[in-house]
Design a protein around this ligand. Structure first.
Ligand code: SDX
Length: 429
């Protein structure tokens, strides 16, 4: 395989370097293209364009492979805790027992939020969407901790900024949930591990001791691990490009939360449950709804299906689908929309429209069914996706700075009006 690509343009042939990644992915490095040819490339949606070289996550969309720092998602989901995966994704290696205990201890020092942050909740309308609250609360962390605003933080300063975000994010998520119920806020308890503490703050009550259910703790760890990173997806790319202006970590992550909220991205997990409930209310006729998904004149899309990269099964969907059966059985829950989901999947996977377009269930197709079985309302699902994706966003932001990448500023091709004569306001018709 040559490490040079030849591009013939405008009667000229230029040579551009070809780079090969450690998993044998190939790219043509076009960083000198405009200097050499005066041309830029155009790739709306960046379907063919790599934005960076990263060591965090590897996807193979054709083979349905997902690895964090070289470890398969299947092994991590089966054998690790979410806190271990947080350490792996952010710092690059699986932690030793001591490193894990130190991380838990560091986080435990910062799980409380500034008491004044609670005033935000008095301003939100009672039915406001949790993602809108989460985004503004995380953005506002940068106002309560101005030390995070310093560009070029030392390693220690950056690490403390990261630890504070890891520590406060679950507290903020649980406070958003409790406020939505009108329940008293439950403060963190440092005797609990990272995920159990989140479940305590979310489902615990001031009047009762918390009955830790290992099935729920295990399911939550698995779901958060499966969402922890996914290379240059829409929200991670958003965090990188906002961070590339030397914007602080908290505001960069808040931008990622905004991107994730979209129903084409992380918002799909809530949209899937809404869709399954709609189909159930409509009598469960999956064939009718598959026909609607295929009809170009019908705006309905099969939410939870399709992926920009996976043109085979999303490996996370496979793991979640299996976990669905186990968790619902262990919790003694019979959720009729799980059967509707399975019927949809079976029908879609034999339908030529879906086969031709390589549309398979993605991570969002079954995750909401588990979240619901664990007791979360559908409005909280994308917030839970954000809680899982937090380490990935942090790692992407950190790596972008470690690589000393320049500010992100894509070019364009202008197709608007050319020279126009200015007409005074009084003379315009
Ligand atoms: C996530 O990037 C990531 O890694 C994201 C993510 C992560 O972990 O960060 O994996 C998380 O966002 C998962 C995706 C969740 N979104 C959904 O489930 C929403 C439904 N899916 C789609 O809207 C769509 O599949 C996307 C957005 C996921 C991918 O869109 P693409 O790659 O831009 O593909 P496309 O929209 O151009 O679709 C190609 C064809 C089109 O038909 P034709 O014009 O060729 O006839 O497939 C059709 C689309 O109409 N199509 C669907 C469909 N998804 C694509 N038709 C019906 N139902 C669908 N869900």
């Amino acid at each position: 395989m040559s490490d040079i690509a030849e591009i013939k343009v405008d009667g000229k042939t230029v040579e551009l370097p070809v780079i090969t990644g450690t998993e044998d992915e190939k790219a043509i490095d076009i960083s000198k293209l405009r200097d050499l040819t005066g041309f830029v490339t155009l790739d709306t949606g960046f379907k063919n364009t790599g934005s960076t070289k990263s060591k965090i996550t590897f996807l193979d969309g054709e083979k349905g492979i997902l690895k964090y720092r070289g470890y398969s998602i299947e092994e991590l989901a089966a054998k690790s805790s979410f806190l271990e995966v947080i350490y792996l994704i952010i710092y690059g290696d699986l932690p030793t027992q001591k490193q894990l205990e130190d991380l838990q201890a560091d986080i435990s020092k910062h799980t409380l939020i500034h008491e004044d942050m609670k005033k935000f909740f008095d301003g939100y309308p009672s039915r406001s969407h949790p993602m809108g609250q989460l985004g503004s609360l995380i953005f506002s962390l940068s106002t309560f901790y101005p030390e995070c605003l310093k560009p070029n933080q030392t390693a220690e300063e950056q690490d403390l900024t990261i630890i504070k975000l890891l520590a406060k994010f679950p507290t903020i998520v649980s406070f958003v949930y409790k406020k939505s119920l009108g329940h008293p806020l439950i403060y963190p308890k440092n005797k609990y591990d990272y995920v159990t503490n989140f479940l305590w703050m979310t489902f615990g009550q001031r009047t009762e001791d918390y009955d830790v259910n290992p099935i729920v703790v295990n399911a939550m760890n698995k779901l958060l691990i499966l969402h922890a990173d996914h290379e240059q997806n829409c929200s991670a790319s958003t965090v990188r490009i906002v961070g590339s202006s030397d914007c602080n970590l908290y505001a960069s992550i808040a931008a990622g939360i905004a991107a994730l909220w979209g129903p084409l991205h992380g918002g799909a997990n809530q949209a899937v449950i809404d869709m399954l409930e709609l189909i159930k209310a409509d009598g469960g006729d999956t064939e009718k709804w598959i026909a609607k998904a295929k009809d170009k004149n019908d705006p309905f899309r099969m939410m939870g299906f399709g992926h920009r990269v996976y043109k085979n099964f999303d490996p996370r969907a496979k793991i979640i689908k299996k976990a669905c059966d186990d968790i619902l059985e262990n919790l003694g829950i019979d959720d009729p929309i799980l059967e509707i989901a399975k019927k949809l999947e079976e029908a879609a996977l034999t339908d030529q429209y879906f086969i031709d377009r390589k549309l398979y269930p993605n991570v969002d197709f079954y995750s909401g069914i588990i979240y619901r079985a664990l007791g979360f309302p559908s409005e909280m699902f994308t917030v839970l996706f954000a809680l899982g994706r937090l380490p990935g966003w942090i790692a992407q932001w950190k790596e972008m700075h470690e690589n000393k990448e320049p500010i992100g500023r894509p070019r364009q091709i202008y197709v608007g009006e050319t020279d126009r004569e200015f007409v005074e306001l009084k003379d315009r018709k």
